[in-house]
Ligand binder design. Structure first.
Ligand code: AMP
Length: 400
């Protein structure tokens, strides 16, 4: 897809008002920002626009106030944290539309940065109300979207605005789109994906999309139990979805039709207690496996780990969403940690392009200490999954 970036800004950008949609959904406790990762990510776009003399007007949502003003969901504390990250003054306007916003923007000089209040304090934001979008657009000459993580929503500040002002992708959005395109849009094959996590039911669209596009699908986590059970095994007390067996079989059939190999764990870490450091037995898995009623598989076993790493070694591109086991609890983090480290190593030596995303995946890779070694890690939960599902993201489409 084609979209304009900050490289395409007009020559006379100095003094112009840039409405910049960013992701400021940062974790907060007692009115203080506790993790500034998202702020660091948007800094390059703000700094570049400000350095070019634009007036930078930031728009963002925070939480789910559902169209009402909710004091705890004010962005005011975020302005302070952003000021520290940017080492640049950030003023705050207590409404994103109307006289307050207008006055705040009128008082700006070239290079200034202003954050306007939570867009979701107005119902028009989530309804993508054209009138509300117009009220936002009044304060800008151009629109920059740097919030990939909100791009799966067609809201006024993520989609509507792009139709009203000349629209550009910010640097974070650009990096995200380029990374995702190199992984699924135009990948160097063979292309494989790890899909792990709890349930098949939450990832059906994703699995169906992947089997038609990729060469190897490596399934882990609770959802692997469902696939193994669908092949005839009895998985005891393991997390699995009996009502998804038909779906799992259909996905395996679709994969076979498309020459996509499905790799299931050939053994698992089995226990009778859902607890950290519970005693573990490694059990081989195939269609004849019969776990006892009280036994559950909480992670892939050693043979499965070896097998997965051998698959990684054959790949040129890897997409990853979801853990292999209950990685929050040792020793059921073993497969996720070992395979994540192997993927990171292959990436470091230039043999693999690795792109990972989704909430739990990011924390699992952080836990393995390899987050910086992957080619790209997307912190966008919902938007990343919808992209893996092959859906067109409205906020991205509107930039095209
Ligand atoms: P998801 O949000 O679907 O990516 O699922 C992530 C969650 O799946 C994590 O909290 C893991 O603990 C959990 N999980 C992974 N494997 C298993 C398993 N074999 N049994 C139960 N839970 C699992």
């Amino acid at each position: 897809m084609t979209f304009k970036t900050l490289d395409d800004l007009p020559e006379d950008i100095a003094g112009k008002r840039a409405l910049v949609r960013v992701d400021l959904n940062v974790p907060m406790a007692d009115g203080l920002v506790t993790d500034k990762t998202r702020l660091t990510r948007i800094a390059p776009t703000i700094e570049e626009l400000s350095a070019k003399g634009a007036k930078v007007i930031l728009l963002a949502h925070f939480g789910r106030p559902k169209g009402k003003e909710v004091e705890e969901m004010s962005l005011r504390p975020v302005a302070l944290a952003l000021e520290e990250v940017l080492d640049h003054r950030v003023d705050f306007g207590s409404n994103c539309i109307g006289d307050i916003a207008l006055k705040e923007v009128e008082e700006m000089a070239s290079g200034d940065v202003v954050l306007l209040e939570n867009t979701r304090f107005h119902a028009g934001e989530e309804n993508n109300d054209p009138e509300f979008a117009k009220q936002l657009a009044i304060n800008g000459d151009i629109y920059v979207n740097d919030a990939f993580s909100a791009a799966h929503r067609a809201h006024a500040s993520t989609e509507g605005l792009a139709h009203l002002l000349p629209a550009y992708a910010g640097r974070t959005m650009q990096a995200e789109l380029e990374a995702l395109n190199s992984a699924l849009g135009n990948p160097t094959r063979p292309l494989g994906a790890v899909v792990g996590g709890a349930k098949v039911s939450t990832k059906i669209d994703l699995l169906e999309n992947l089997v038609s596009k990729i060469d190897v699908l490596i399934i882990g986590g609770g959802m692997a139990n469902t696939f193994i059970a669908a092949n005839g095994a009895q998985m005891g007390a393991s997390l699995q979805e009996a009502d998804m067996h038909d779906k799992a079989r259909a996905i395996m059939a679709e994969a076979a039709k498309n020459d996509c190999r499905i790799i299931l764990p050939i053994d698992g870490r089995v226990t009778t207690e859902f607890a950290a450091n519970a005693p573990v037995e490694i059990v081989d898995f195939d269609e004849n496996t019969k776990l006892r009623d009280e036994q559950m598989s909480l992670d892939a076993g050693d043979k499965a780990i070896k097998n997965v790493i051998a698959e990684f070694e054959q790949l040129n591109t890897l997409i990853w969403n979801g853990p292999f086991g209950v990685f929050e609890m040792p020793p059921f983090d073993t497969a996720t940690m070992a395979t994540a480290k192997a993927a990171a190593e292959l990436t470091k030596t230039g043999r693999l392009v690795s792109v990972a995303g989704g909430g739990d995946t990011v924390s699992a890779l952080n836990q393995a200490g390899v987050a910086d070694d992957f080619t790209y890690i997307s912190t966008a939960g919902g938007a990343f999954l919808e992209w893996m599902e092959g859906k067109e993201l409205p906020g991205v489409k509107a930039l095209g």
